[in-house]
Design a protein around this ligand. Structure first.
Ligand code: FAD
Ligand code: FES
Length: 340
């Protein structure tokens, strides 16, 4: 398999990029801190400048590049593959150095467990151990779907190679519809991971707040499972907030039922955002956006908590604004993934 040398201008780093990888994935596999967040073309964090050599652009219309970036010749490392030796300009970031090396594994589909009308937990099995930290995600390559899809693990790392993902079926979504409609038990797909920086920092003694909206539940459940079972953090309290459109989306109480006697350390709060659905379906809980419920329930001293949150960008933006601007929570206490 051909591979190309990638030199980082003026920084003295270089690494090899295999034909099957992107510039970003091969840098992370080499243990380098190439900046990134989504690994999916949405956030723009992996921008670089190509100074010499040639790359293939896998998704020229990726939303992570603005018209200005395009005019300036910037590119996304998660959507580019070198086709010759290259020299690039990018500032590495110690924070992005992987905790464990991402690798490609073949996984076979075992089962799906329905959670709501459009959400289910999908279980896969690999022959190698499932190595990740709660809060991280993997990239799934799906047959006949252009571009990999990022899904966050909902279970805990394990030696027997079990990978679980809570996935929401998106209207007209090519990847999620493939997973819901076409995957058959025993089918195999390729998984690449772990990726992601919004993972559980078990060594931090603060109480944990997890906030998920819509499809952003999966990594929050992985963190909740760690708090419930990991002896290193069995003193931690976790406040789990989940927001859906209507009452039928609220599946967290059923999931938390599996945690048994740790309920006093795992406190669940739910809100629905559509008042008509709340009325129609007889919801007697909170109505509104989930960041409003966080503020209402924990407002006394928000800086006392460590925050993890995932979901659509408008939701993560609203949480960030509320925590950092209104309540002055330091940025290093916020760990989040935007689901583009
Ligand atoms: C870090 C992260 C973690 C995520 N975790 C979860 C999760 O746990 N559960 C969940 O339900 N969803 C999760 N998502 C969202 C998920 O990755 C998909 O965006 C979502 O399922 C919709 O995909 P779709 O194929 O159904 O929709 P589509 O509209 O077909 O595709 C949407 C996404 O696919 C990618 N894409 C589309 N076209 C291309 C292309 N040509 N080349 C490359 N990429 C392309 C882009 O990322 C785009 O946002 C996560 C997203 C991110 C970034
Ligand atoms: S990491 Fe490349 S666009 Fe998000």
């Amino acid at each position: 398999m051909p591979s190309f040398k990638i030199k980082i201008d003026a920084k003295g780093f270089e690494y090899q990029q295999n034909e099957e990888d992107t510039l970003l994935r091969s840098a992370l596999r080499a243990g380098l801190g190439f900046p990134y967040e989504c690994n999916s073309g949405g956030c723009g964090c992996c921008k670089f400048e190509l100074l010499d050599g040639e790359v293939e652009d896998l998704w020229p219309d990726a939303p992570g590049l603005s018209p200005r970036d395009i005019r300036k010749g910037r590119k996304l490392a998660c959507q580019c593959r070198a086709t010759s030796d290259c020299t690039i300009k990018v500032n590495f970031d110690q924070h992005s150095v992987p905790q464990s090396t991402p690798r490609r594994v073949t996984v076979s589909f075992v089962e799906s467990i329905k959670l709501t009308d459009d959400m289910a937990e999908f279980v896969f099995k690999s022959s190698l151990p499932a190595c990740f930290i709660p809060g991280q995600f993997a990239l799934l390559s799906l047959p006949r779907v252009k571009g990999d899809r990022a899904y966050s693990m909902s279970n805990l790392p394990n030696e027997d190679g079990t990978w679980c993902f809570i996935i929401k079926k998106m209207p007209d979504g090519r990847g999620s519809n493939f997973i819901f409609e076409c995957l058959k038990v025993g089918d195999t797909i390729e998984l690449d991971g772990p990726y992601g920086l919004a993972f559980l920092k078990a060594e931090i003694p603060r109480e944990i707040v997890c906030i998920g909206g819509g499809s952003g539940l999966s990594p929050m459940i992985s963190i909740a499972r760690a708090v419930a079972t990991d002896p290193r953090i069995n003193e931690h309290k976790l406040h789990l907030f989940y927001g859906g459109r209507g009452p039928k989306d609220i599946c967290t109480p059923a999931i938390l039922a599996e945690f048994g006697d740790v309920k006093h350390r795992l406190i669940s709060y739910n809100a629905v955002s559509d008042p008509d659905l709340a009325d129609k379906e007889g919801w007697d809980g909170a109505v509104g956006f989930i960041h409003e419920l966080v503020e209402k329930e924990l407002s006394e001293n928000l800086s006392a908590y460590e925050f993890y949150f995932c979901g659509p960008p408008p939701m993560t933006h609203a949480i960030q604004k509320m925590l950092m601007i209104k309540h002055k929570v330091p940025f290093n206490q916020l760990h989040f993934d935007r689901f583009f």
